[in-house]
Design a protein around this ligand. Structure first.
Ligand SMILES: Nc1ncnc2c1ncn2[C@@H]1O[C@H](COP(=O)(O)OP(=O)(O)OP(=O)(O)O)[C@@H](O)[C@H]1O
Ligand SMILES: [Mg+2]
Length: 366
């Protein structure tokens, strides 16, 4: 994976962004602006370029195209830098086509970088919804493991097929299920192993990251609560045979890795039950920054870190901790805020670049 830093970005017909050219520095970029002016949209544009999808749920072309612009296409043009090498990268999206160009040549798979999006408000959902946690984990494992992403896609497709067969009933059900389960079992076994493997690697970074950011001595661990603990495909297949009549009766797949959960422990206790809201936020942030460290460990460079408004979420001592942590790291950060107090803290960061956004464009100070 190539992990460059973004130097320039210009959008056309993307949400409310104007045609301003944003020139980023390689360290900390602070993005200020009042509510509803385009800060999150700017982060979304970077994410879309690097990760090929949005971080917003259920969003596609018709949500992203500027509702006020007259044109039927979105264009994002950018310049990335890696080891002093510059490359141009652009994305064109229309209703039914998406094209990407690296140095003016069509490029289907590679992107010039990857980014990690941090929305501290997700902390609450992460701690209350196991579906959200699983999806969060799946998409973050998928970002560093392409095979995981591909197999997960196939698994979900097989699962949908399995459920539709179960939903329809009919006399060949059992034979059909066997054929589907050959695949479901194989994918389940691979994905579960990969989840364990990912957590093993991630866990090495979580506690130290918590300490590095918040200077607190707590042990944080993420564990997988899986139905198929280290089972091979054969054992999973047999399990589904055993389960078959119950599934047929229920007309759906009742048990499987699509229901697995990730449990966060804080000093050995279940964080979802035990932690205060502030502790949950710190734990969540530590988890993401640990993930960013794992990224660097695997690809020997950092992803771009996109942080969307932490101000409402942490007390001022913890903001300061976080800012100090960002200053010690040499990753590229784009951090937004609408909060003036937090804005003042950000403005103190030496060598950071400041952007003021109004109506989707750059506001020249003064
Ligand atoms: N497809 C679109 N076309 C035009 N404008 C859009 C589109 N989608 C969203 N917007 C508008 O973009 C504006 C900016 O949204 P954005 O989420 O980036 O604001 P923000 O600066 O992050 O605000 P906040 O501080 O409240 O988070 C919103 O007012 C929204 O209505
Ligand atoms: Mg926003």
């Amino acid at each position: 994976m190539d992990l460059g830093k973004i130097k320039k970005l210009q959008a056309q017909n993307f949400r409310n962004l104007s045609s301003s050219v944003f020139e980023f520095n390689s360290g900390i970029n602070c993005i200020f602006g009042q509510n509803g002016n385009g800060k999150t949209n700017l982060l979304e544009a970077v994410y879309l370029l690097t990760n090929k999808k949005s971080f917003r749920k259920n969003t596609g072309f018709s949500q992203m195209i500027d509702i006020e612009g007259g044109q039927p296409q979105i264009i994002l043009q950018s310049v990335f830098e890696k080891e002093n090498d510059l490359s141009s990268y652009s994305l064109r999206i229309t209703e039914n086509l998406e094209e990407r160009f690296l140095n003016n040549t069509p490029e289907k798979t590679k992107t010039p970088s990857a980014s990690v999006f941090i929305n501290p408000f997700d902390s609450y959902t992460f701690h209350t919804s196991s579906t959200f946690r699983r999806q969060w984990m799946d998409s973050h494992i998928g970002l560093i493991d392409r095979e995981y992403r591909q197999i997960l896609g196939r698994f979900l497709k097989s699962m949908r097929f399995r459920n539709s067969v179960l939903g329809m009933g009919g006399k060949n059900e059992s034979t059909q299920l066997r054929a589907i389960d050959e695949q479901v079992s194989e994918y389940s076994s691979i994905l579960t192993e990969k989840r364990y493997d990912f957590l093993n690697q991630l866990n090495k970074f979580i506690t130290p990251t918590f300490k590095a950011i918040f200077a607190e001595e707590n042990t944080l661990q993420m564990n997988l609560d899986s139905i198929f603990t280290h089972w091979d495909a054969k054992k999973i297949f047999d399990f589904y045979r055993h389960q078959e009549s119950a599934d047929i009766k229920a007309q759906m797949t009742q048990v499987g890795i699509h229901r697995d959960d990730f449990i966060f422990t804080f000093n050995g206790l279940n964080a979802f039950e035990f932690c205060s809201l502030g502790q949950q936020k710190m734990a969540f942030l530590s988890l993401i920054f640990a993930y960013i460290e794992l990224f660097r460990y695997k690809f020997s460079s950092y992803p771009i870190v996109l942080i969307d408004d932490v101000s409402g979420e942490l007390d001022s001592r913890r903001w300061k901790n976080l800012i100090e942590y960002l200053e010690t790291k040499n990753f590229q950060v784009l951090i937004t805020t609408a909060n003036e107090n937090f804005g003042k803290e950000l403005e103190r960061i030496p060598n950071s670049k400041k952007f003021f956004i109004e109506h989707g464009g750059l506001k020249t100070p003064g």
